[in-house]
Ligand binder design. Sequence first.
Ligand code: NCD
Ligand code: ZN
Length: 356
Amino acid sequence: MAALPDRLLIRRPDDWHVHLRDGAILRAVAPSTARVFRRAIVMPNLLPPITTAAAAAAYRERILSAVVQSDDFEPLMTAYLTDTIDPGELERGFTDGVFTAAKLYPARATTNAEAGVSDPARIAPVLETMERIGMPLLIHGEVTDPEVDVFDREAVFIERHLQPLLERHQGLKVVFEHITTAEAVAFVEGGAPTLAATITPHHLQINRNAMFLGGLRPDAYCLPVAKRELHRIALRGAATSGNPKFFLGTDSAPHTRSAKESACGCAGIFNAPHALESYAQVFEQEGVLERLEDFASVFGPRFYGLPLNGGTIELVRQPLQVPLMLELGGEGDSLQPLVPFQAGETLSWQIRAPSS
Ligand code: NCD
Ligand code: ZN
């Protein structure tokens, strides 16, 4: 057997789904993303949500002032779709280069989704515009029907909403975000080339048991919620298969301690500090480390129709102890420590300094 490599040089990656928040949390978390990823698709679920190009442009400036300038980080902004969003505003924002894509949250599906879309069929004119101008639609694919079991909400969304939407808009580029089930994997594999999916590190690493390990574990709770082991196995198969329809999107979603440790705790896993290392571990365990680069740095930009990044990032095989807590607050910010994904665990790869 050939010796395992102990260093891996890959093209600079991008994160195709991240929550950077605003204010003190933005200042705390954005540097973790910008240190590793050259670009990131930034989610628009602020309060109030980002529904205009002006709001997105202002948010982009706040992000840029939160990161180290030398990191050369490019936030790619998204619009938050509502029942009443103006298709003209989306089109102007897209053609002016402010919006890269638009995000569809079913109303009340997740954090700050109150203003989301009540029924995707009702925003047909918006989707027609996006289809015509080539603007990707990013979907949080879960039904919100309280009658549907939480663990079935993604699979039911495919039948009730996603399949019909793709039939109505056959030219629309759609990213099924943070997929969590074998059903979603099969649906994306069988779909047109205009359908792709992002996969998070946490859905590759944990199944639903993680939420109940010796007690209730708020840091393993996110939406869509982690599912049974058979689904995790299907996701690992998809991510590491070399199929260009599956690419990296961390869905890093930080919340304050008090928002996580609460009688009604927020969904979201903060994985930005070690996301790439976590993915590297998965690809190594699956015996296909050589496919990490395509998943992290090639398939995403190809789908979006954007250039591949120049520059590289080096991973070295060296144990990395993930801290239990991270004190990330910026100067003058009083922010509680954040708990990173895989806190206390040891990962097998570390990032050496990126170079451009
Ligand atoms: C996200 C958040 O907190 O904004 N939470 C999560 O669990 N992923 C929202 C989302 O992407 O669903
Ligand atoms: Zn998200």
